[in-house]
Design a protein around this ligand. Structure first.
Ligand SMILES: CC(=O)N[C@H]1[C@@H](OP(=O)(O)O)O[C@H](CO)[C@@H](O)[C@@H]1O
Ligand SMILES: [Mg+2]
Length: 560
């Protein structure tokens, strides 16, 4: 045993010395979505994240844990790493301080000491007698291969841990695989594709046939951000029934990853992405981000300019809410929703960035709307509290979670109805909900499966893009970034909607808001970039711009 412990120590020291921290380099912080920085500098953080993932798997009795190498919507020179917990979600927040400490350990020896201390506290046996497995994936970035090797070395530094390279995948695919594997379900990439394609087809087969209904335009143009999502969609688009998918910025060399394209660009800049033009103004378009976990829709406003009509995460959420509510109403009978056949706790979760018009729309439907801080790790956790929990960030990252208990009730109901009332509207609604729970990724937001659910719901409702846009009108909004000395000096409360430190700043923000009709404004330190973000909303574009600018000036003045 003593010999194995010695070997374990040597393995950790060796991996750490292969990827030394550069002296004077910036501190890594696990942040909103893992570690991110310029790709070439990420070796140490990625290697150490591999070690964290292996230890996490050991702690969880050898359950599969994931590591994704991606910097999502950030520029192509950046890269990052994120750990996927055994349930398929983000790494438990309790482990983040350990991940931080490890990523910043200045020497191999300090790294070893941190691991040994943490393993002792967490009662993880480090003698090679237990197994651990880590599934790894990366996006299409040029630094991906080098960083994959770093992650492998980090995993292999824990004796007994096995690293499995799953290849180039979208972030949500890896989350899905980890979740399925640990539930004893089929978990290969082919299984992922069959599941989304089959459940999509199932919802389409249940679309009511209305005589004389307008034939919905079935062409969809997808901006793949020159990343992995476009490539995967190209692979499977032929198998997707009743949808004529055209992929642009597909990742096959048309342009640079995320540059003037992709969901983040489209949502923040509200202009046409590269590769799209006036000839597309008749069609609905969707945009993925670089690792395909965000989805927005848009339509080119007119054939004469670059403006777009944007359908962001809030409106995708609203569409899903209407669809799911309708199915629940059919199942329960309209007059007694909530306490009929299938009592359902249905919750909607947003962040401060949700457009105020969307929140009003949802509240007017009588729904419970909860708010959490920015970042899927918070939204997802909250959504798990409901039978059906649906969350979206305005930027298009979100999903619909069905609790295990609810899915099993739904399965019993469906089989009961298939013998008693096959083909009844109740039976069909129950089958639609079951197929929805299969289609939409239960581990994390997923642009590909989210897009298929949007398309299925539009066909179900017989809606055009315009019908969808008309659900409500977004309040004009503006986002700004402010560079300050130390963004962590800002401390927020109330799901980031109010500042408590530095003192006096919130009063200044309130003073500015008071000058605008429908004014709303908040500031928070970014968890992925070294900036303070300012968000403002008001009744006109000019007013939103001006409110954001005024508040940005206060932030600059106070935090310099
Ligand atoms: C305003 C905004 O879009 N913030 C994004 C961004 O986080 P920041 O902490 O704001 O940098 O990246 C996160 C990870 O992708 C995403 O969850 C979040 O919504
Ligand atoms: Mg992303």
């Amino acid at each position: 045993m003593a010999e194995q412990k010695k070997q374990q120590r040597a393995a950790l020291l060796e991996a750490a010395s292969l990827f030394p921290l550069s002296p004077g380099g910036a501190r890594f912080s696990y942040g909103t979505a893992g570690f991110r920085a310029e790709g070439a500098t990420m070796g140490p953080a990625v290697c150490r994240a591999g070690t964290v993932a292996a230890l996490r798997s050991l702690k969880l009795g050898g359950a599969a844990v994931g590591v994704v190498i991606t910097a999502s919507h950030n520029p192509v020179r950046d890269n990052g790493v994120k750990i996927v917990d055994a349930d398929g979600g983000m790494l438990s927040q309790v482990w983040e301080p350990f991940a931080d400490a490890l990523a910043n350990a200045p020497t191999p020896d300090s790294l070893l000491q941190i691991v040994l201390k943490f393993a002792k506290e967490e009662e993880i046996t480090l003698d090679g007698s237990h197994s651990a497995q880590v599934l790894l994936a990366r996006d299409t970035r040029p630094t991906g291969e080098y960083l994959l090797d770093a992650a492998m070395k980090g995993v292999n530094a824990v004796i007994g841990a096995v690293a499995v390279d799953m290849g180039i995948l979208t972030t949500p695919q890896l989350h899905w695989m980890v979740r399925c594997k640990n539930r004893g379900l089929k978990s290969s990439e082919a299984d992922y594709f069959s599941q989304v394609i089959d459940s999509f087809r199932c919802i389409l087969d249940l679309v009511p046939k209305v005589e004389g209904a307008d034939f919905m335009n079935n062409r969809l143009i997808v901006d793949g951000a020159n990343g992995i999502g476009g490539l995967k969609l190209e692979e499977i688009k032929q198998k997707i029934s009743r949808l004529d998918i055209h992929v642009r910025n597909s990742g096959r060399g048309e342009g640079i990853l995320n540059e003037k394209c992709g969901a983040d660009f489209v949502q923040k800049e509200k202009v046409v992405p590269l590769g799209f033009g006036p000839a597309d103004s008749a069609f609905r378009c969707a945009s993925f981000d670089g690792d395909a976990d965000r989805l927005v829709y848009f339509r080119i406003a007119s054939s004469s300019d670059t403006r777009i009509d944007l359908v962001d995460g809030d409106k995708i959420l609203s569409l899903f809410v209407l669809f799911i509510r309708e199915q629940l109403d059919i199942i329960n009978g309209k007059d007694n929703p909530g306490n009929g056949v299938l009592p359902t706790r249905f919750g909607v979760i947003q962040t401060a960035y949700a457009n105020g018009a969307s929140t009003d729309f949802l509240k007017n439907l009588g729904l419970e709307v909860a708010f959490t801080p920015t970042g899927v790790k918070y939204l997802h956790k909250k959504a798990l509290e409901y039978d059906i929990g649906i969350y979206f960030e305005a930027n298009g990252h979100g999903t619909v979670l069905f609790s295990d208990h609810f899915v099993s009730q739904l399965e019993s109901l469906t089989s009961e109805l298939s013998s008693k009332a096959v083909g009844s509207s109740q039976h069909q609604a129950a089958m639609r909900l079951l197929a929805t729970s299969q289609l939409i990724n239960q581990a994390i937001g997923d642009a590909l499966s989210g897009m298929l659910l949007v398309e299925a719901v539009l066909q179900y409702k017989g809606w055009s893009f315009q019908n969808w846009c008309d659900l409500y009108t977004d309040l004009p909004s503006r986002q700004l970034k402010v560079k300050v000395q130390d963004r962590t000096a800002i401390i927020t409360t109330d799901a980031e909607r109010r500042v408590c430190e530095p003192s006096g700043l919130q009063e200044l923000i309130d003073g500015e808001i008071a000058n605008y009709s429908h004014g709303r404004c908040f500031v928070r330190p970014s968890g992925t970039e070294d900036v303070v973000r300012v968000y403002a909303e008001a009744s006109t574009e000019e007013a939103a711009d001006s409110l954001a600018k005024q508040v940005a000036q206060h932030v600059e003045r106070i935090l310099g």
